[in-house]
Design a binder for this molecule. Structure first.
Ligand code: NAD
Length: 488
């Protein structure tokens, strides 16, 4: 396809932000960025070298003493400035994301969410409290909570600035300094945030934002001896590499938010229309490129034909096309790698299950568009039922009773999100207890989450939890101080 809408953004930042300055990569290397809607190259972005990644860590290390010496309120002042600059830049951020990973501007919301998160953390630094104890006779003992030093964050491309801010804000408010590596598929909004960090006046080195691939810069950060915590969101494959790199280097703390193969279970007493709309939204939003998307739906056999019929009618109602147009709600997949991966899973799905809707991909020279695709009756043992497809592709299977559906829903190494639709409160709570997932939605499904409760995965979907009330703890060491008190 050709883009119908001309982007209003004519120039944008593509360099690395290290120690408060924008720089080209030290070895001059760049990588290409192509539009997923047209396949045409439109930018060259600096590829951080080993020296650049090391320089970013060195800058963060040098900035740490002064930054950690500030009060939480003093740090919070910068957060509030950055939050308002992000809101002012909403339209530009939306366009940059549409251009690089194909998200329609009509569904761009991350600027508001990122600003809200910054404003929350701006006020939350005083939560960093230790405890005291009089339980040892002759002592007054206490714990101190202290920042680690340099924190690294490696983030994916599907909602980039949400991860950038979600990881950097709690690390920074507790006194750490950060190096963030954006994804090679969507580096432009992160580079834009770097320009806003500069405008907000953060001291040099406190926030460093670099672009590049896992090899080289991601690898340097995960092995770096001066990085004390690494917070990663991305695939299980990379998560395992990062965990191994941490073990091989300095045993840095590792937080992992990984993939999913989330089930949604529909019982006959559910509000079927609501379940249809919400499960459809879960797998269609962002063209299915969401870690917690309900990519497996289990519907009770007594309501299966009604559910499937309504689901497919609703799933068909997308407006696919140029992501820069205000009425497009379904964009292309992020790049050719994603497109080809989904294509391969769809072809495999056709061999082992029953294709009921979609499944025909147009030539990728017209952009990386995948139509809403539904498979029925796929055997549970097949690879397509176990692995993350990361596209608008859903497998709908049926079940007869609760035990059967719990066994099917849990028969995966992933455990990020599960949903159950029923009006029976006892059944809902039994299911919530039995489903092996870090998040369970009752009469709701992903992307519904609670900002103030922990988000994360059971099993291979992750390690640790993130969220407004728990992330602060991820970035604070605990020190026990023993104080002997002499008798009078
Ligand atoms: P990815 O693992 O390919 O890449 C993620 C990041 O890791 C990128 O910045 C990449 O450059 C970097 N990277 C790649 N190889 C590396 C290496 N060897 N060392 C260090 N860094 C390396 O994942 P992706 O394709 O960007 O994102 C999609 C995945 O992310 C999906 O599996 C999705 O489920 C998951 N995800 C999880 C959550 C969550 O909260 N659990 C949220 C969004 C996405």
């Amino acid at each position: 396809m050709t883009l119908i809408q001309e982007p209003k953004v004519k120039s944008f930042e593509t360099r690395l932000f290290i120690n408060g300055k924008f720089v080209e990569s030290s070895d001059g290397r760049k990588f290409d960025l192509s539009s997923p809607a047209t396949g045409e190259k439109f930018a060259e972005v600096s590829e951080a070298s080993e020296d650049d990644a090391n320089a970013a860590v060195a800058a963060a290390k040098a900035a740490f003493p002064a930054w950690s010496a500030l009060s939480p309120a003093e740090r919070g002042v910068y957060f509030k400035k950055l939050a308002s600059l992000i809101i002012e830049s909403h339209n530009e951020l939306a366009e940059l994301e549409a251009m690089s990973m194909g998200r329609p501007v009509s569904i761009y919301f991350e600027s508001y969410a990122a600003a809200e998160t910054l404003n929350h953390y701006a006020e939350s630094g005083y939560q960093a409290l230790g405890t005291s104890s009089l339980n040892t006779p002759g002592f007054v003992n206490m714990t101190m909570r202290q920042p680690y030093g340099v924190v690294a964050a490696i983030i994916p491309w599907n909602v980039p600035i949400l991860f950038l801010i979600g990881k950097a804000a709690p690390a920074l408010i507790t006194g750490n300094t950060v190096v963030i590596k954006s994804s090679e598929k969507a580096p432009l909004t992160c580079a834009k945030i770097a320009t806003l960090v500069e405008k907000a006046g953060f001291p040099p080195g406190v926030i460093n934002i670099i672009s590049g691939h896992g090899q080289i810069s991601g690898n340097v950060l995960s092995h770096h001896m001066d990085v004390r915590v690494i917070s990663f969101t991305g695939s299980g494959r990379t998560g395992r590499i990062i965990q191994a790199a941490a073990a091989k280097s300095n045993l840095k703390n590792v937080i992992l938010e990984l993939g999913g193969k989330s089930p949604a279970v529909i019982f006959p007493d559910a509000d079927i229309q609501k379940a249809v709309e919400e499960t459809k939204h879960s797998i269609q939003w962002n063209s299915g490129q969401v870690c917690m998307a309900n990519s497996r739906i289990y519907v009770h056999e007594s309501v299966a034909s009604t559910f499937i019929d309504l689901f497919q009618k609703s799933f068909a109602k997308i407006k696919s096309g140029d992501p820069l147009l205000p009425d497009t709600n379904h964009g292309p997949q992020a790049d050719q790698i994603q497109f080809k991966q989904i294509q391969a899973y769809i072809e495999e799905g056709k061999k082992v299950g029953k294709l009921s809707m979609g499944g025909e991909l147009s030539d990728s020279t017209n952009g990386f568009f995948v139509p809403p695709t539904v498979f029925l009756e796929t055997p549970e043992t097949e690879r397509v039922m176990k692995e993350e497809i990361f596209g608008p592709v859903v497998h709908i299977n049926t079940f007869r009773d609760e035990d059967e559906v719990v066994a099917k829903a849990n028969d995966t190494e992933f455990g990020l999100y599960a949903a159950v639709y029923t009006k029976d409160i006892n059944r809902a709570l039994r299911m919530a207890k039995k489903l092996e997932a870090g998040n369970v939605g009752v009469n709701c499904t992903s992307p519904t989450v609670a900002k103030d409760l922990p988000f994360g995965g059971y099993k291979a979907s992750g390690l640790g939890r993130e969220g407004w009330t728990v992330s602060i703890d991820n970035f604070l060491e605990t020190k026990t101080v023993l104080i002997r008190v002499e008798d009078a």
